[in-house]
Design a protein around this ligand. Structure first.
Ligand SMILES: Cc1cc2nc3c(=O)[nH]c(=O)nc-3n(C[C@H](O)[C@H](O)[C@H](O)COP(=O)(O)O)c2cc1C
Length: 335
């Protein structure tokens, strides 16, 4: 059988990930646990466990449980500001995890080396081309460029712009995955044609049949339009808050209120800047759990990307992946 154009262009990504298709399901805190991750990898995609704020013990159990559900490759996403990053890397080493994604900031000194030391590949995010080049020079094996259309914590620049800026410079010599705002295979074809080795999607997979997200969380996604997935607003210039894209609800207002409270604590000298920022991150972690696990779609955080408008019903992961690949191939055939 001749290889599809989609797979021919994904070849480098496929070799890098060891999966059947170079389609990653980006780690989503609370959502990307054993069931969704194993389902993605079993369907030929590449699942990634979201470590989030988990302890080393919890991560250990999650990796073991995922391994019990799939023999296919999967990765682990670690947040760089986690206070126990070194222990989390050690857990990944014990399990011989093949790929570690470092998210949430510039990898701290020694972290990339520590991961590579046990033979795993390191994927990093980079908000600017200069930083991307630096990280690739200093040992990162692959890059994810993620635009502001994405769900969760976001940067200020759209995926389409990042792709035009990064891919012509980096794609020839490096493995680059594009993320943010991908809802259909047509878009996958376009980024592959521009030189991407593969793509990463989150929002499209969050409500898959195999996702443990609460039915109320899924319903909110099915009802939402692209414009409902809004980026959070920073209320105090002294308190830099990484914007988060989520469906607008009462939780969005609660976040604004929490920022004001934390800014006041800063004013009164009751907390320092680092602590203030940590408080904000804790707010998100708690609020996301409330929505995903408890189904409190009013007060919880419904992190979602703008592609949420293209998520209209619950579908098994294998069906979503097959649909994306067919759309990508149809787009190439129409060229
Ligand atoms: C509910 C939700 C939670 C997320 N949590 C994380 C996370 O913990 N770590 C991370 O690196 N990215 C996180 N993301 C981003 C995804 O991994 C992925 O890059 C993003 O969803 C891709 O864009 P898309 O939503 O437009 O498909 C999250 C996204 C969503 C929708």
């Amino acid at each position: 059988m001749t290889k599809s154009k989609t797979h021919a262009l994904m070849q480098r990504g496929i070799e890098f990930l060891g999966s059947e298709h170079a389609i990653l399901c980006g780690a989503m805190s609370w959502v990307s646990e054993r069931n969704l991750v194993a389902a993605i990898s079993n369907a030929g995609g590449f699942g990634v466990i979201a470590c989030g704020a988990m302890t080393a013990e919890l991560l250990d159990a999650e990796i073991a449980a995922t391994k019990a559900l799939t023999s296919k490759p999967f990765g682990v996403n670690l947040i760089t500001m986690h206070p126990d990053l070194t222990d989390l890397i050690a857990v990944c080493a014990r399990h011989q995890v093949g790929h570690v994604v470092l998210a949430g900031g510039i990898p701290p000194k020694g972290s990339v080396e520590a991961i590579k030391q046990f033979g795993a590949k390191v994927l990093v995010f980079a908000p600017t081309l200069a930083l991307a080049k630096r990280l690739l020079r200093s040992g990162a094996d692959a890059l994810v460029i993620e635009g502001s259309e994405a769900g969760g914590h976001i940067g200020p620049v759209a995926t389409s712009v990042l792709a035009q800026e990064f891919l012509p410079e980096l794609a020839e010599d490096h493995v680059v995955f594009v993320a943010g705002g991908i809802g259909r295979g047509d878009m996958i074809a376009a980024y592959l044609e521009m030189g991407a080795s593969g793509v990463q999607l989150g929002t499209r997979f969050a409500c898959a049949t195999e996702s443990i997200a609460h039915p109320a969380f899924k319903q909110a996604f099915f009802r939402a339009n692209a414009r409902d997935a809004e980026a959070s607003v920073q209320v105090d210039p002294r308190l830099p808050v990484i914007p988060v894209r989520a469906l607008k609800n009462k939780g969005t207002e609660l976040f604004t209120q929490r920022q004001r409270e934390v800014a006041q604590l800063l004013d009164e000298g009751k907390v320092g800047m680092d602590e203030a920022q940590l408080e904000i991150e804790k707010f998100w972690a708690g609020a996301l759990r409330r929505a995903v696990i408890e189904g409190d779609v009013e007060n919880g955080s419904l992190m979602a990307g703008q592609s949420v408008g293209m998520v209209t019903s619950e579908q098994p992961v294998a069906e979503i992946i097959a649909e994306l690949l067919a759309q990508s191939e149809a787009a190439f055939a129409a060229r």
